[in-house]
Design a protein around this ligand. Structure first.
Ligand code: GLN
Length: 538
């Protein structure tokens, strides 16, 4: 039962990309700091069942949960801020809602009634929200509604918010995030877009309780009163959300604006005296006052897109802060890397990361970057496809099999060092069918990975179809590769390292997904450390 659970909705107006995910995560952080348990969920209005089949150009990185759900990248922020694991239930799309309703209809569960948006779709949305409350694990469920109010697609979600607000009374609060633009010519902040967007929400029957105003300039006196008056909220419930230097400062800015207190007031919750943000403040201080700096090349094919490697960037922020070091990321388009220019492109970096990915584009550039890291003893981290490319590079240039490849790129290669996993061989559907989620990995005690993790068994998240071909293990081990991590259940190679190299680690999994502010990922911490050592040695 979820009798005592409070449900908070976060909607957005005026424009997309205002940072609903960061506001939701910041609120979760503040509520946790007051001693409450919180989970955050994202409802996405698009029709894909999940973002697993989406090109990164569409919605940025696809984030993967421990239970193997392919989700929106906002779930990454939720985990990084709250240090609480999310699951399949934390990201629901219109596609999944309709799929569930249609499956129920086919099973005859609607007993002959006409199946409609209201109540059947909205009931299914409600069920997907309350399922989290019913776990009994949380005091608060924060649900972020993707898109912008007024969008045709988000109507059933907003209608569900209306119904839940009515049904739950003070156990429910709605936060509406809007933009207060500054018009340079007029020299003024403008509240009209906020008024209109609240009107649009009101037309759908939802009165927001709290309005968070994203702004580039401080809201001068009078603005909060004006918004309050036009939008039927108290002036204390108008919250300023100014652009911050880093997203990790936003919880502190929201604390200063009393966002958590407003939520507690609106939901009739006693306000605890305690607000323990000690560790968070320590992290932000480390982040803002680095003592050193290193440059890491991020080699990938989506480099022009900020969100494509979101979790990797954030993991570097965590790993950097843990080392009191600023990590400058130099994004390099793998398609542009050649044997001729690799030296010029990479000679000044202190570490090289080759990114995950699919397909052939830019693959030869990745392999060239790895050769450069191996030969010049530059710290290297290869993630998923990056690890697979490291195996291909080694097979080609050290083991002298010039046409070695992954069968994903060249099905006819004579040395298929990376090959389709057995369990993938008969799979035809694309969506949700990869090796997904957390799997065990047993570490070799004599490895850099073990030194980083300081334990023998770890669980890491995967998203791939291909694997290291066990047939070639001996060739590799006999010629300088250390198999540093093995999945004990299926005997799959999960980590390869170079023996004669200060720090060269290729991982078949995605360490970046599980790095949080509270627990920076050990491999990123260790990689940054290796980059610092490298910088000191040149
Ligand atoms: N394309 C590779 C595979 O499917 C790697 C996937 C990845 O980097 N996430 O195995």
């Amino acid at each position: 039962m979820d009798h005592n659970v409070k449900y908070i909705f976060v909607t957005g107006g005026v424009s997309s990309s205002l940072g609903k995910g960061i506001i939701s995560s910041s609120l979760a952080k503040l509520l946790q700091a007051r001693g409450f348990t919180v989970t955050i969920q994202k409802l996405d209005p698009y029709i894909n069942i999940d973002p697993g089949t989406l090109n990164p150009y569409e919605h940025g990185e696809c984030y993967v949960t421990e239970d193997g759900a392919e989700t929106d990248l906002d779930l990454g922020h939720y985990e990084r801020f709250s240090n609480t694991r999310t699951s399949q239930a934390n990201n629901v799309t219109t596609g999944r809602i309709y799929q569930n309703v249609i499956n129920k209809e086919r099973r005859g569960e609607y007993l002959g009634t006409t199946v409609q948006v209201i109540p059947h779709i909205t009931d299914e949305i409600k069920r997907s929200i309350r399922i989290l409350g019913k776990t009994g694990k949380y005091d608060f469920v924060i649900t972020e509604i993707g898109g912008t109010v007024g969008d045709i697609e988000s109507f059933p979600f907003i209608e569900t918010v209306r119904q839940m607000k009515w049904e739950l009374g003070t156990r429910c609060a709605v936060i509406h995030l809007t933009l207060v633009p500054y018009l340079h010519a007029a020299g003024e902040l403008k509240t009209k877009p906020t008024q209109h967007s609240v009107k649009s929400l009101l037309e759908q029957g939802v009165q927001p309780d709290i309005i968070v105003c994203r702004t580039e300039h401080p809201l001068y006196s009078g603005i909060k009163q004006k918004i309050a008056q036009f939008c039927n909220v108290s002036p204390t419930a108008v919250i300023e959300s100014r652009d911050a230097e880093t997203i990790y400062e936003v919880p502190l800015l929201m604390r200063d604006e009393n966002l958590d207190i407003e939520v507690l007031k609106k939901t009739n919750t006693a306000i605890p005296d305690k607000l323990d943000l000690k560790n968070w403040i320590h992290f932000v201080n480390n982040l803002k006052n680095p003592e050193k700096e290193v440059t890491i090349a991020l080699v990938g094919k989506y480099i022009e897109l900020k969100d494509a490697y979101k979790s990797i960037n954030e993991a570097f922020i965590h790993g950097g802060a843990a080392n009191k070091t600023k990590v400058k990321i130099n994004r390099i388009q793998s398609e542009n890397i050649t044997k001729e220019n690799v030296n010029e492109l990479l000679e000044n970096v202190n570490g090289i990361l080759v990114a995950p990915g699919f397909g052939n584009r830019g693959i030869e550039g990745k392999i060239e970057a790895i050769r450069f890291a191996r030969e010049n003893k530059i710290p290297f981290l290869g993630i998923c496809l990056g690890m697979q490319c490291a195996a291909v590079e080694f097979a080609r240039n050290v083991l002298k099999h010039p046409d070695a490849h992954s069968t994903e790129m060249n099905p006819k290669t004579s040395y298929p060092v990376i090959d389709l996993m057995d369990e993938q061989k008969n799979i035809k559907n694309m969506g949700g069918t990869m090796r997904l989620g957390a799997y065990a990995c047993k570490l070799n005690p004599d490895s850099n990975s073990f030194k980083a993790y300081k334990k023998a068994l770890v669980y890491e998240r995967h998203r791939h179809r291909y694997e290291f071909n066990n047939k070639y293990r001996k060739d590799f081990e006999n010629n300088g590769i250390r198999l540093a991590g093995i999945n004990p259940d299926k005997n799959l190679v999960e980590i390869i390292e170079l023996k004669n190299h200060p720090w060269f680690v290729g991982v078949q999994f995605h360490p970046e997904y599980s790095s949080t502010v509270k627990e920076p990922h050990p491999l990123f911490v260790s990689f940054v450390k290796a980059a610092i050592v490298h910088k000191g040695s040149v």
